[in-house]
Design a protein around this ligand. Sequence first.
Ligand SMILES: [Zn+2]
Length: 818
Amino acid sequence: MIRTSRISIWLLLCFFGNICFGAEPNASEFRPEAYLKRSLGADFCLVDWNTVQGYYTHLAEQCSTVELQRVGETTEGRDFLISIISSPENLKNIEAIQAASRTIADPRGKSEEELQRAVEDGKVVLFITPSMHSTEVAATEMGMELAWLLATSEEAPWSTMRDEAIVILLPSLNPDGVDHVAQWYEKNLEKPYESSSLPELYQKYTGHDNNRDFFALTQVEAQLLSKLMYQQWYPQIMWDVHQQGQNGDRFFVPPYRDPLNENIDPLIVAGINAIGSRAVMDMTTEDCTGIVTGVSYDNWWNGGNRSVPARQNIIGILTEAASANFASPIYLEQRELSDPLGRKEYRSSNQFIAPWKGGWWRQADIIRYELAFAKSLFGTISREPKLWLKNKMTAARKASAIDEDSKRQAWLITVDNEDIGAVVRLVNLLQQLGIEVHESRSEIKADERTYSRGTLVVSCRQPQSNLVNDLFELKEFPDGETAYDVSGWSLAALFGLRVVEVVGELKGEIKLLDSKQLPKAFSNSERADTRSFRDTRQWISFNRKLARAEAYQTSVSEQSAEEQQVKLNEEMTKSLPRVGVYAPWSASMDEGWLRWTLEYLEMPYRRVRNSTVKAGNLKEEFDVILIPDVSPTSVEHGRREGSVQGNLTGGLDVTGALAIEEFVKDGGKLIVMESACPWVIDLLRIPLVDVTAERENRDFSCSGSVVRGVVQDHQTTDGLPDTIAFMFAHSKAWRAATSKEREARMDIECDVEALLSYAPRRVLLSGTMNRPEVIEGQIAWAKVKQGKGCIHLFGFRPYYRGWTHASFHLLMRSILFD
Ligand SMILES: [Zn+2]
């Protein structure tokens, strides 16, 4: 890869400028280039959110084909916008089009005439979501050009698309990140570390994992998009625009690779494949080489922006363009390119029909490819608009019907569940996903069992049943396949809830639950008052009480100790621990998820940087320090000198490591997650061995599955259920070191207590794991006493992607309980 000088790049730009389209549409004064006063996707230039918002506002003011709506506020308070683009007639008719879309999405109870009319009157609704991953920069400017073409061009497919469809184009799915990346890149331009990665997450809590949040809906952006899609617009197709690494194919389009999740209707899969295959042909006509299909991205995992809609009978399209270095171009020799099919030789295949030959690759190229894809997609939609409406309706009808071939009738959430906080959260998110939840108004009978009045019923007689099944069932991953992301995610298990699958007929009276309010049977006040801490809401109220006690103690400091004592009940004499969360400069997603979980449970914390730790005497400032899932190298050495600004380089080094050791000896509590554990085990010479890293277990692997842990007797775990489900994703499992190992490693004789072990049998609940016996019976969560303090080692992440509600309890206990 070679860099070029600025001058030669500008010459190249002048030479190849405007190569995207031969036709020159009207209204060139509204074109993004006129607004930006530079060429589109120009080298070394990125737009910030103000500019993006300004452009879309300007376009909407000028064009009767564009309506800009502010639909909410982002995590950091920016405007969350949608640009609605269609013919003026369609825009006048939005309500009727939304109603037709809704009928198509949910045909239950409608006559054949009504259904036919919905297809006749309906328009295809297409959602486009650029730059959710803010470092995948090109789609932000691509979206601006696409909006202009669609709004103004009199040529097909832009003009026909306006007539046949309504496009909901989000200027960005992550406006906060647009600013963070633009500001960071501008600051580093022309420095040796111009393409250095950001020191903070581009979405405050999730970073890249924002594309793992579309069923758990922890973040505002995912919530807003779900509301638009499942409660307002009911789209038939959505296109999620991404970028990938630099050295492989130039552009990925579906078909996705195997395995295929059977909770996606075949018609939806066929639609995804048809759109992708047509795009390969159209883009090849437009001289886009290096397009690949059927690699990397599987059609199995759930949680992503394109995968949740697919289970809602929406065609979810993902495209991935090769990246440059933000807006800095790169040069790749052909020998530097890697084969996207994983073969030794970089060459053509039926999935990779015209390999790219290497050369310069820049933001403008990515935009050209993405616009070529958009043109193909719009052509495919507008040539046969009714086909997409009819296919969605057919899939929705099929999903709503129960017949002999159906796997099940419903899922029940029983009233004996003790974690009411988890039930509320699950019901709330199901409703946000457009899934109907019923409450039973009488005792109900199913599969020769009886359930109390108030039981929640999630019926499979709804168009969303594929998503319902995918969220509730335990997954069996097909043999011989590899997962792109996680292979199992079963939310009911991860939320720690008793959920019953109903196979036979369900008898009883049920009524739609139309609010977030659970039936009375769930609000057992006696249970809520116990100190068993099985209800996540109890942690929130406990933390609030402690926070108030602290505030109270401060405000009444003038009063005598007796007066204070009278007013503070026993619980409130304890104050909130001073919690620190170690935050490396590598923008750790796990640190973000940890922060999100602490805030969700209302546990105050401070972020702790390397310099704070290295200053020593940590016990003066903190009672508890949490180290998230960060690699030992990252903890110890941080970012390399010269790779980023000087004040962001380095890790804890020896000084910080010794300060951590001193903190524990002084009585501090250190809580360590997954991949940071080896660093602490080594530092504090703890006699534990990670069995997943042992030579004879090299073939053990698990990219992300739901496993079962058995709770061990201990005062910290007192009151927990006997078993808990959580996510195992490249996690750890320990055994006690043998005396020989202890001697060789000079481990310290210390008290190691297992609080949670992997189940000795049937450890795997959902997903896949190669050789589960390696971890069976081994330690998952250990408590180690050293000096006056203690260490909690979690071999897994108890707040994984915010999905694992049941193991939130473990995190809170490790922080608050002795
Ligand atoms: Zn991406």
